[in-house]
Design a protein around this ligand. Structure first.
Ligand SMILES: [Zn+2]
Length: 222
């Protein structure tokens, strides 16, 4: 069972789920694509705990202007994402800001899992296993507005714990999230959110048991 880490600064939200404009449940391994309008707030809830939620964001008016891990990390001077983080685009725009976070740590270094990385990291026999990049592709194909494989660039892994060691090594650790923990973001422009609720079974990012998440969206006037 993950325990709260005292070095994380946690921030709760005042928004009530009953007041949400939309509520979706994304099953383990499924994609989810939705536009979040300027001023709206989106919450991702880790319903059962220890679930990685791989997410891409795009400027809804120009998909070539999309979330940039490098710019976000450089501007905040920190490799982990949490409340107060502004998610920057490749064009230097603030796409969204994390306004509440009861988990305390989200990764943007580890990338999204793929059939290729599963083979390299784990075993050639893992090639057939469902991975986030396939879910992203399925999601953008269903969205059908011109996004393609080449648009799958840097992503966020919400609730995923990828600590960097003093030697600079990346490690995929057991999750720090737990059932009911959430992260909430307020859109600073119209953005397209593309989620893969991660199906990974070869490392502890999902506790070896992928589970559903909830996505709630509040309108800008609440
Ligand atoms: Zn994944």
């Amino acid at each position: 069972m993950p325990t709260a880490n005292p070095q994380f600064s946690l921030k709760s939200s005042l928004l009530e789920p009953e007041g949400a404009l939309h509520s979706f449940v994304v099953e383990a391994g499924d994609p989810f694509v939705f536009e979040i309008l300027n001023g709206q707030t989106v919450r991702i809830v880790d319903l059962e705990g220890n679930q990685a939620v791989d997410t891409l964001f795009y400027n809804a008016m120009d998909y070539s202007d999309r979330y940039s891990a490098q710019d976000t990390i450089r501007e905040q001077g920190n490799i982990y994402l949490t409340a107060g983080t502004k998610l920057l685009s490749t064009g230097g725009h603030v796409l969204l800001e994390i306004v509440a976070d009861t988990c305390g740590r989200h990764d943007t270094l580890g990338g999204a899992c793929a059939a290729e990385s599963n083979m390299v990291r784990y075993d050639i026999g893992k090639r057939h296993m469902h991975a986030c990049r396939q879910s992203f592709l399925k999601g953008i194909q269903q969205w059908n507005r011109g996004l393609s494989k080449s648009d799958l660039t840097s992503n966020i892994n919400f609730f995923m714990n990828v600590p960097v060691t003093p030697e600079g090594k990346l490690t995929f650790e057991d999750g720090v999230s737990d059932a009911g923990k959430y992260v909430e973001l307020k859109a600073a422009m119209d953005v397209l959110m593309v989620v893969s609720n991660c199906p990974q079974l070869n490392n502890p990012c999902n506790g070896y048991n992928p589970t559903p998440v909830q996505i709630l969206i509040w309108d800008k006037y609440v």
